[in-house]
Design a protein around this ligand. Sequence first.
Ligand SMILES: Nc1ncnc2c1ncn2[C@@H]1O[C@H](COP(=O)(O)OP(=O)(O)OP(=O)(O)O)[C@@H](O)[C@H]1O
Length: 227
Amino acid sequence: MSNPILQLKNASIFQGDSLVLSNINVEINKGDFVYLIGKTGTGKSSFMKTLYGDLPLTKGEGHIVDFKLNGLKEKEIPFLRRKLGVVFQDFKLLTDRTINDNLLFVLKATGWKDKQEMKTRIEEVLAKVGMSTKGFKFPHELSGGEQQRVAIARALLNNPELILADEPTGNLDPQTSIEVMEVLQDINKNGNTILMATHDYALLLKYPSKTLKCDENQVYEVVQRKG
Ligand SMILES: Nc1ncnc2c1ncn2[C@@H]1O[C@H](COP(=O)(O)OP(=O)(O)OP(=O)(O)O)[C@@H](O)[C@H]1O
């Protein structure tokens, strides 16, 4: 097997002084689609935050894309984030500008300069999520599902090696959740690696895949029962 995109060895995650998850041993390989499940408050978001450098890894070892999480320096965080695509439950689009301008903002912030290249890239990622015709709209003119598609398009802009999606369907109705999930599945089939935290067991049943569970301060792989 190739080098894992994510590897945690004997890692523990803390919020302040309190231990959230201990002794985590996890590997994610290129092309995987992995769920992270667990009851509310068991540490899914803390786990995700550690991976994108929002919460320091102070105990144990972690490697993600080309970065070491233990001892990660503040100045390395923007570079780590460029290799990750992060999708949140509440979309986090900029409300004062159109979809095209939301995407342009990210490209400019990550060093893109050529206007035509930026335009082409925006068209490409919007096409991937089925939103080609909506670039001129403002976020409030879109449904929740459409906003989440745009957020996924935004995550794809810099060809991330790993997409971290924290409850991406948490604000969506069941049908819209399935539509957004189909987008994530397509992206995964095209080679993107995805780690998705979710509460939504219906999605797990419909789209079975490797599943990690947070419970009682541990993270372990769940073997899905068939039939
Ligand atoms: N910023 C913070 N400061 C202190 N404690 C926190 C902070 N964020 C979360 N916690 C605590 O860490 C634990 C794990 O929370 P976390 O948000 O990671 O869980 P979760 O599984 O993502 O929950 P949910 O499904 O509700 O989002 C909880 O006990 C929570 O109270």
